[in-house]
Design a protein around this ligand. Structure first.
Ligand code: PYC
Length: 336
């Protein structure tokens, strides 16, 4: 397969140009380009440069604002609300982040609810700035109703990712970011694009039969990971980042899309906790106990979540990123 190598600067410029030439404001184009470049850099192709195709397509379908400026308010002593006004979530996140950090440091625990945002991005990128600030963090968002609940055959839940981060001082943070579906929808779409089958257990066709045909699953239903356990977590995500924050469930998001095929629209909930407020002077002793836990995992040969991401980041910083020629051509064509 023919590939193209891009430095991170070239990848960012490619993304920024595709976005700004399609009408995204400078601020939105910058945060989106930064996010998809970071996904590619970190080896997360399903949330990398490929996403630009859906991001621009959603704009062309009139399902996202290219320039709305977010409104950030202090809703309660420990709650920040950011209204994205129908734009992608990233600018609202960036603008609300300082207040979330400030409130977390004041109260020990605080939450940010982003409302009325269109969402495509990997949540590890929303958790990492919080671990960088020494905070524990959890982020979650519904999507479109693409996933059947365990025991059912009809799409009801979104892929409903949950990301969790734990700060580790000078070391890379412990961060996992996982869909509660067996795979992210983007992974299925990428395999479909490459003409490949998907693993068993990822989805069912529209008749409810298991299948490894990505197209049949995209038209049928995806499955949760771990059967009823993933299904319960997916329902929790619907509740926490839907009704709790006054925003849409995945079924409501899909109904709002009304067949247009745009990216999911709704809310995101981010929780942050400050270990130093929980622990006071004992913080460093207890954080050291967390390190004992991580070493215990590694001593058994287990990889810490995120390790692969940081290795990929290091390699990409030195060698750039490799994408297929066809993806490169498709991204260039967005600006034609
Ligand atoms: O790939 O799971 C996914 C996804 C969620 C929102 C948009 N795409």
């Amino acid at each position: 397969m023919e590939t193209v190598n891009l430095s991170l600067e070239e990848a960012y410029a490619l993304a920024y140009h595709a976005l700004s030439s399609n009408g995204f404001s400078e601020q939105h184009a910058a945060v989106i380009a930064q996010n998809v470049t970071a996904g590619e850099r970190d080896g997360c192709a399903s949330h990398g440069l490929w996403r630009l195709l859906g991001i621009v397509d959603t704009l062309r379908k009139g399902k996202v604002s290219a320039d709305a400026l977010p409104t950030v308010i202090s809703q309660a002593p420990a709650i920040v609300k950011a209204d994205a006004h129908g734009a992608y979530s990233l600018l609202a996140f960036e603008q609300a982040l300082p207040l979330l950090i400030e409130k977390t440091q004041q109260c020990g625990i605080a939450a940010l609810a982003i409302n009325r945002c269109v969402h495509f991005s990997a949540l590890f990128a929303d958790v990492e700035p919080l671990t960088d600030a020494g905070l524990v963090a959890l982020a979650t968002t519904p999507s479109h109703a693409w996933v059947a609940p365990a025991g059912g055959t009809q799409p009801l839940f979104g892929t409903n990712p949950i990301a969790f981060g734990w700060p580790r001082g000078e070391k890379h943070p412990f961060i996992f970011d996982m869909a509660t579906s067996a795979a992210a929808r983007g992974e299925i779409q990428l395999l479909h694009r490459a003409g490949k089958a998907i693993p068993e257990g990822w989805g069912i066709d529209s008749e409810g039969n298991p299948t490894t045909d990505p197209q049949a699953v995209l038209e049928g239903a995806m499955l949760t990971f771990g059967g009823h356990k993933g299904s319960a977590l997916a329902a929790m995500v619907e509740l926490l980042a839907g009704p709790l924050i006054g925003d849409m469930t995945s079924a409501e998001s899909l109904a709002w899309d009304n067949g247009a095929g745009g990216l999911p629209y709704g809310g995101e909930l981010i929780l942050a906790l400050d270990p130093t407020r929980f622990l006071g002077e004992d913080a460093s002793a207890h954080l050291a106990r967390a390190e004992t836990l991580f070493s215990g995992m590694q001593a058994q040969g287990a990889r810490l979540p995120g390790e692969r991401r940081y290795l990929s980041r290091l390699n990409s910083e030195k060698q750039g990123v490799e994408i297929t020629q066809s993806l490169y051509d498709d991204i260039r064509a967005l600006s034609a």
